[in-house]
Design a protein around this ligand. Structure first.
Ligand code: NAP
Ligand code: SF4
Length: 674
């Protein structure tokens, strides 16, 4: 395994735990996939985890499994509480072991975050992100909960897992006991810190006692709560020492409670922005520490390990994006990695809307058995017109299947809307997706024809024609929209338009928000880790319990107004788990939101609207149009008129609510059928 030429020597150093050796320093972190609750889900999970084991993950941790009903994250979440429930888990452990991997099962008790009426907590305090108030656990209930954790671990052992991860962070039950803010008890489970950590210590001790020494116990410890009156740093150290003494094998890092109003994993979070927290704990305990959050490339992971910030790195979403992440890094093919861009769109956002998770850049994730890759029976000549997300996805998939593909692109480079997206502050990761596609185009010998306005004659001779010509901005019917200080978003984001200090943005969808963020650049957006920590009030010095401080933001560079005609909250259609970040960022920068407006005209003074029963002027220097898009389907219509058939995908097919997730999925699904 370990090669001296490796570009990532620290990443590929095995970790000897005494009774088991982990083949490298990469942990696949716990993620709920939605398969846990699906009929036939175990079979699909077995295929999903086995592929990641085959791809080289050192140690895998499953999504959370409740030790009892009150610990469910949502009604009927996966629970392991009886011997009759271990069969499905055995499918997973056998499949992973068959690939030479190792896997731990996470035990998660949701506490007051449980989205159901049976949820429990140390005290009767409802979580701000839950509508269900918890029932208070009695002393007997606490002892029963500890027994349930232990029984769950014993059953995991019997099911063949190499260990368990005890979820002690993110504001779930154990974390609620540890922190005085949520634990107001006056019995032996509350009050002093020693009392408040009695629960996790008893759980880890109890598990170790029952499962023996040759079983991994990872404890996920909340090292930075990011809520007021969370744990102090001294308490974090004390807890870590107590957990080590109780018998844990490894300590993993938890950052931020779910109710924290600070982004911890979204794209806006710089890579490895929280590894300094784990580094603070290095040397305080004897067992290895795992660090986490926004580690998505082998370079970053290697640097984290090389600089001694942790003994192991945890990557979760990057394993959705590319199951072969480790193998590619090990073979020095890091440029072939499909990098997680931290968008949350197809993973967390799906989970929160009760859909099976997948991945925007890799739609096969969690769908290994129902969207399998297969080589084509007969190699065809395929023309793909349009090098945006849909066209790229279709071209590389078809070529990987063995077809001979030509990709035509009107612009001087491929990328389409991704070229704009990567210019948005906090969305720079889109550049990685473009790099991935470019490498795949070359690897699968796709013939790329740039700067080509394609005619019917160019594609007539191909066996299959795919139209992925994308979208163009929707024109608006507002008087004055043709004035020189009115620009489209593409001109603005590509830096071609001169934009003044006072700006009105017409349209409050994803692109309106992105344009506002772009225009605030330099005034407020974050570039390195310290700028991010300062802007969101995260204290590297850890002076307050919980690790928060007063945010420090530079003065906004521009005065921005963002408008929509409909009533209701602007940005409502933004991502479920990231929309609040975009809204919050703009609000913190003084952006003024307008809903329920009627546009009257644009003139030299600015934008005239009708709002609140009167005509008003929004005095601005520049107006930017972000009013959505319409399909670019001219070529598809010409081809149809010429009597040829073609496939239309992505924005060219349907512009409404188009996003990269749908485009990439459609491109891949079509290529799988060709
Ligand atoms: P969009 O989400 O459809 O928003 C278009 C905006 O323009 C709306 O606020 C709409 O509000 C307004 N509008 C529509 N027709 C108009 C007209 N004739 N005159 C004036 N205003 C008009 O489109 P988008 O912002 O261009 O985004 C396109 C797609 O990209 C979306 O599906 C989005 O999901 C995706 N995207 C997502 C993100 C993200 O952060 N997740 C970022 C960028 C893009 P009113 O009709 O109420 O005025
Ligand atoms: Fe990463 Fe986005 Fe894929 Fe989730 S959907 S794994 S955040 S690239």
């Amino acid at each position: 395994m370990h090669t001296t030429e490796s570009a990532f020597p620290h990443l590929f150093r095995p970790l000897d735990l005494g009774f088991i050796t982990i083949r490298n320093r990469v942990l696949m972190g716990s993620m709920h996939t939605g398969l846990e609750e699906e009929r036939g889900g175990f079979r699909r999970m077995a295929a999903y985890y086995a592929l990641r084991a085959e791809g080289g993950a050192g140690l895998i941790v499953t999504g959370g499994v409740a030790p009892n009903r009150s610990g469910w994250v949502a009604p009927f979440s996966l629970r392991l509480a009886a011997a009759s429930q271990i069969d499905g888990h055995q499918l997973i452990t056998e499949a992973v072991h068959h690939q030479g991997g190792a896997i731990c099962m996470q035990i998660l008790h949701a506490g007051r975050y449980g989205y159901h009426p049976l949820c429990v907590a140390p005290s009767k305090l409802k979580a701000p992100i839950n509508r269900f108030a918890p029932r208070v656990l009695s002393r007997r209930g606490i002892r029963k909960t500890i027994d349930d954790f232990i029984r769950c671990a014993v059953l995991a052992h019997q099911a063949g897992y190499d260990g368990v991860e005890v979820m002690g962070s993110e504001g779930y039950l154990i974390n609620e006991f540890i922190v005085a803010k949520t634990n107001r008890r006056s019995d032996e489970w509350g009050g002093s810190f020693a009392n408040r950590i009695r629960l996790p210590v008893a759980i880890v001790e109890g598990i170790r006692d029952k499962v023996g020494e040759r079983f991994i116990i990872i404890y996920r410890l909340s090292m930075l709560d990011l809520v007021d009156n969370g744990s102090s740093w001294e308490e974090v150290i004390e807890l870590a020492a107590a957990i080590e003494k109780a018998g844990a094998t490894l300590i993993n890092t938890g950052i931020g409670w779910h109710e924290a109003r600070v982004p911890t994993i979204a794209t806006i979070v710089p890579r490895a922005a929280f590894t300094w927290v784990t580094r603070r704990l290095m040397g305080e305990v004897g067992i290895p520490l795992i660090t986490s959050n926004r580690i998505n490339t082998p370079d970053v992971a290697e640097e984290v390990l090389a600089t001694g910030a942790a003994d192991m790195v945890s990557l979760a979403r990057p394993f959705l994006a590319d199951p072969l992440w480790v193998q590619k890094a090990e073979d020095n093919r890091a440029d072939e990695i499909n990098t997680c861009i931290a968008c949350n769109q197809a993973c967390l956002d799906h989970i929160f809307t009760r859909k099976t998770a997948s991945c925007l850049v890799n739609p096969r994730a969690c769908h290994e058995t129902i969207r399998p890759f297969a080589r084509a029976g007969r190699s065809k000549r395929i023309a793909v017109v349009g090098g945006g997300p849909a066209g790229l996805s279709c071209a590389v998939t078809a070529a990987a299947r063995g077809h001979r593909v030509t990709l035509f692109e009107a612009a001087g480079e491929v990328g389409g809307q991704f070229l704009l997206a990567r210019a948005i502050p906090g969305k720079e990761e889109f550049a990685e997706t473009l790099r991935y596609f470019r490498v795949q185009l070359a690897r699968h010998e796709v013939a790329v024809r740039l700067s080509r306005q394609v005619t019917v004659g160019d594609v007539r001779e191909y066996d299959e024609i795919v139209i992925a010509t994308g979208v163009r901005p929707r024109p608006v019917a507002i008087e004055g929209a043709d004035l020189p200080h009115v620009h489209g978003y593409a001109e603005v984001i590509s830096g071609r338009a001169a934009v003044g200090r006072r700006v009105a943005i017409i349209g409050a969808g994803g692109i309106g928000f992105d344009t506002a963020a772009y225009l605030l650049e330099g005034g407020s957006t974050t570039t390195g880790i310290d700028a991010f920590l300062n802007a969101w009030g995260i204290d590297r010095q850890y002076r307050q319990p919980g690790g928060l401080k007063k945010p420090v933001r530079p003065e906004p560079r521009r005065e921005i107004h963002i408008l929509q005609r409909r009533s209701g909250k602007p940005g409502e259609g933004l991502g479920k788990t990231t929309g609040w970040i975009h809204r919050s960022l703009l609000k913190k920068n003084g952006v003024k939101f307008w809903s329920g407006v009627e546009y009257r005209r644009i003139d030299g003074q600015g934008l005239w609207i009708h709002h609140g029963g009167e005509e008003q002027l929004i005095a601005v220097d520049t107006v930017v149009i972000c009013a959505g898009q319409v399909s670019e389907r001219g070529l598809a219509e010409e081809i149809a008129a010429a009597g040829r058939s073609c496939h239309v995908i992505g924005g060219a097919l349907e512009a409404v609510e188009l996003d990269a997730e749908r485009a990439i999925l459609q491109g891949m699904e079509l290529a799988d059928r060709l």
